[in-house]
Design a protein around this ligand. Structure first.
Ligand code: KIV
Ligand code: ZN
Length: 516
């Protein structure tokens, strides 16, 4: 019989630390619900002490998502651990995840602590967390650059104090597979009591080795793997959940392992995370990229037509990469839209459905056929914008000509408040973005801008992703509309709304508080 591997998803914690990602509570709940359907064992919902928004999101997920363990991260200090517990305590299966750096470079240069002091912190923090919660995980951060003998002492201390999961992170993505496997074997051999706990790994992808390192660690005896959808995470990201799960499934003959993941939910989870975070998936990304199952060369096509197994090691339908045939149009009613949304896994209440239906009608007037991918994009555009402070209430653009430069007039709305601004720019997109900037009183530099179409055809929905730099912070925005300028304005506003939510002191905000 195959050994079970626990899948610990950190999309909402480490993944959310990717530059520019900033999810609201509603968006995080939507992703957490999808992770539950995907069948992950643990959802790391956030880092409650990091911000009010993180705390709120972890608490809501703990209250509403039943099934997986809900985990919150904490530094090895009592206030962080208390805050994590406060957010998690209503979960049916809560877990506190305590971490402390243990490498000499982190201890000396960042924390100014000796080995003895670090051991004391491990002992006290795990003991404190266990006093609050039955299920405690401990991570020695930067484990792969920690002296192995000291690492064994740290891990043994955490185990002795009652940690039930020990996670070995390759925090900076430095390890080479055989070396990492050796470290895992070393921990299993040299730490007394290790057989009582689940050994976990958490690999970063700085050298592109996160999945390889995770797999060799599983072969060496680890039984929990920490990973993120689409490989999101700090810097080059974490090990990609979909790649690890499919490697375990496709190569069960070699690995002898299994997971509880419903792989048919993988594609949908990937699309949801991509659309809500604003991080596109590269076309050739393994498992979930647009081209992952596309055959271009004539020889390959010939082989696949004769027998798919000639060039395919897994079927696209195993990961849920299949197109549904159902197409809606402008004569379709609310009922058909609701049915289609529910088939895709979106359950809106009546008020939400009214708004999504209005958006659907607007699009159906411009676009002949609306496919499931369009419907999903409409639903996600609705989810993205529903919680936004400022809404796009109107826009008008002129391409200009010989006499006049391109211009845009934008109206934004927040409750009863309305602002209209006109701006001229190098083009209509530039003018629209300038008008939004001046309406909100926020200075921002454009770092990244892409346009993709949701489906084929000239009337396809345009999907714009934008990344902005505001002060020393990056924010990502995404917008979908049949018109590229409108999609760009929506993406720009989506990004700036995150700045507003994060408490950036805008001119407008100061005026509203009477400080301006
Ligand atoms: O990369 C890392 O070390 C982490 C820890 C908090 C587990 O994310
Ligand atoms: Zn990490």
């Amino acid at each position: 019989m195959a050994d079970y591997v626990y899948i610990f998803d950190t999309t909402l914690r480490d993944g959310e630390q990717s530059p520019g990602i900033s999810l609201g509570v509603r968006e995080k709940l939507e992703i957490a619900e999808q992770l539950r359907k995907l069948g992950v064992d643990v959802i790391e919902a956030g880092f409650p002490a990091a911000s009010e928004g993180d705390f709120e999101a972890v608490r809501e997920i703990a209250r509403k998502i039943d099934g997986p363990v809900i985990c919150g991260l904490a530094r090895a200090v009592p206030p962080d651990i208390e805050r994590a517990w406060e957010a998690l305590k209503e979960a049916s299966k809560p877990r506190i995840h305590v971490f402390l750096s243990t490498s000499d470079i982190h201890l000396a240069r960042q924390l100014g602590k000796s080995h003895e002091q670090a051991l004391e912190m491990v002992r006290d923090s795990v003991r404190f967390a266990r006093g609050l919660c039955q299920d405690v995980e401990f991570s020695p951060m930067d484990a792969t650059r920690t002296d192995p003998e000291f690492l064994y002492q740290v891990v043994e201390t955490a185990v002795r104090e009652g940690a039930g999961v020990i996670n070995i992170p390759d925090t900076v993505g430095y390890a080479i597979p055989e070396e990492f496997a050796e470290l895992i074997r070393g921990v299993l051999k040299n730490v007394s009591g290790i057989e009582k706990v689940v050994l976990s790994v958490h690999c970063h992808n700085d050298l592109g080795l996160a999945v390889a390192n995770s797999l060799v660690a599983l072969e060496a005896g680890a039984r929990q793997v920490e990973c993120a959808i689409n490989g999101l995470g700090e810097r080059a990201g974490n090990a990609s959940l979909e790649e690890i799960v499919m490697a375990i499934k496709v190569r069960r003959d070699r690995l002898g392992l299994e997971t509880g993941i419903n792989t048919k939910e993988i594609a949908r989870t990937s699309r949801l995370v991509s659309l809500l975070t604003g991080y596109p998936v590269q076309p050739n990304k393994a498992i979930v990229g647009r081209n992952a199952f596309a055959h271009e060369s004539g020889i390959h096509q010939d082989g696949v037509l004769k027998d798919r197994a000639t060039y395919e090691i897994m079927d696209a339908s195993t990961v849920g990469q299949i197109e549904s045939e159902i197409v809606l149009g402008k004569h379709s009613g609310r009922h058909a839209l609701r049915e289609q949304l529910e088939r895709l896994g979106y359950y809106l209440d009546d008020k939400e459905l009214d708004q999504a239906f209005r958006k659907f009608k607007e699009i159906a007037d411009k676009k002949k056929e609306i496919t499931p991918k369009d419907i999903e994009a409409i639903a996600l555009e609705y989810l993205r914008t529903a919680g936004q402070e400022w809404q796009l209430a109107g826009y008008e653009v002129h391409s200009g000509g010989k006499e006049a430069p391109p211009s845009a007039t934008i109206t934004l709305e927040r409750g009863d408040e309305r602002i209209t601004e006109r701006a001229i720019g190098d083009g209509m997109v530039d003018a629209a973005c300038k008008a939004i900037r001046s309406a909100l009183g926020i200075e921002a530099n454009l770092v990244y801008f892409t346009v993709e179409s949701i489906t084929g055809g000239l009337d396809a929905l345009g999907d714009v992703t934008i990344q902005l730099e505001v002060g020393n912070r990056r924010v990502t925005g995404r917008g979908v509309a049949t018109d590229i300028i409108e999609a760009s304005a929506r993406a720009y506003l989506n990004a700036l709304n995150k700045v507003v939510r994060g408490g950036y002191p805008t001119d407008r905000g100061m005026e509203a508080r009477g400080e301006g």
